[in-house]
Unconditional design. Structure first.
Length: 363
């Protein structure tokens, strides 16, 4: 496959353009999608760039079809992906659920918008529950929540490898602000950074005879006739997911050792939290910073350890939603006695001033 980025270079672009370039650098073969704001430019940039490198694109009749065509493409061995937002994310939950059931290495880029329903086309963090535990499954998904354009580039590349290594659907969870704003980043070819891109392979139509014991049969199934059969499958996949979770979990932690309050955020809001911690420390308030990068699997052991080490009395959870991240965290660290305070600003941006003011009001 033709090399896309021959040498590392600085760039100044939108998050959507960044995502398209990262997919190209990852060696993605094809994108399937349907227009919806604020992710549209991922499709636009991909359709401009992909033909130059022999890659494909298909705009399907709706988001449901886009998700299912990705499911089909990866089964044939193609490195395929999609991108969506808001109502499109809702519609794609059916194929995302199939990807969970059949262990398909699907990659989806989600640029969150305001809700419920069509809401706004601008920004939110209101697709956390949908992306982590959407559909009628058990949340066998890997979800990276990005905060910067550099992370969009890095985690799209990593996301493809994660999906194909572990065979679970993988999501890059961004938002409308990251999608539309421009900021600097460094683009690179993964191989030059020592990142070996995992080779894709067909999951069906394999060579060799099953009857002659030349290969194992493939069981890519999403419907079962017996309750007991489904039970065995769910328990088996759940155990596999839990066993690989420690290898996947990622987080950031700063200045929690002596913190009297830990500020917990994810995604783009973490930028405001980082600035807020620095300002609060300068004013003599011992604030700590903790950010899950993976929302699924969640770094619950690491967060519990940070709370225990610090002896903090309060945990402030700030998000641009009305408690989705809070509920996820509360579930993951069930039993912790630390008092949880919240800053909910659904569908609007959070700046350092908002967090600083909240901290001062509760200490």
């Amino acid at each position: 496959m033709q090399q896309v980025i021959t040498e590392s270079k600085k760039a100044f672009m939108t998050g959507n353009e960044t995502a398209a370039w990262a997919a190209l650098a990852s060696g993605a073969d094809v994108m399937f999608g349907y227009p919806i704001t604020p992710q549209n430019e991922i499709m636009h940039y991909w359709t401009r760039l992909a033909p130059q490198y022999g890659r494909g694109f298909l705009q399907t009749e709706d988001e449901i079809s886009a998700g299912f065509t990705v499911c089909g493409a990866v089964q044939s061995g193609k490195k395929a992906f999609t991108a969506t937002a808001g109502p499109g994310n809702v519609l794609m939950q059916e194929p995302f659920g199939m990807a969970e059931a059949m262990r398909l290495p699907l990659l989806a880029i989600i640029q969150q918008r305001g809700g419920p329903s069509s809401g706004t086309v601008v920004y939110s963090q209101q697709e956390v529950t949908l992306t982590t535990f959407g559909g009628n499954g058990e949340g066998w998904r890997i979800v990276y929540s990005t905060a910067t354009h550099q992370e969009i580039f890095d985690y799209v590349i990593k996301g493809f490898n994660t999906a194909w290594k572990y065979r679970f659907p993988t999501f890059i969870l961004g938002d409308g602000y990251q999608a539309k704003m421009r900021e600097p980043l460094e683009m690179y070819d993964p191989e030059t950074r020592g990142i070996k891109m995992i080779d894709t392979y067909p999951l069906i139509g394999l060579d060799g005879s099953i009857t002659a014991a030349e290969r194992e049969p493939q069981h890519l199934c999403n419907i079962y006739s017996l309750e007991e059969e489904l039970y065995d499958v769910v328990m088996k996949i759940s155990a596999e997911y839990e066993s690989i979770s420690p290898e996947i979990v990622e987080y950031e932690e700063r200045q929690c050792e002596d913190a009297e309050i830990i500020i917990l955020t994810h995604g783009v809001v973490s930028r405001a939290a980082d600035d807020a911690v620095k300002a609060l420390r300068a004013q003599g308030i011992k604030a700590g910073y903790f950010r899950p990068i993976t929302l699924r699997p969640y770094p619950e052991k690491q967060l519990r350890a940070a709370i225990a080490r610090s002896g903090a009395k309060k945990l402030l959870i700030a998000e641009s939603a009305y408690g989705q991240f809070y509920r996820l965290t509360r579930q993951e660290i069930y039993g912790e006695t630390i008092k949880m305070e919240t800053l909910f600003m659904p569908g609007v941006g959070i700046i350092d001033y908002d967090i600083i003011s909240k901290v001062k009001s509760i200490l």
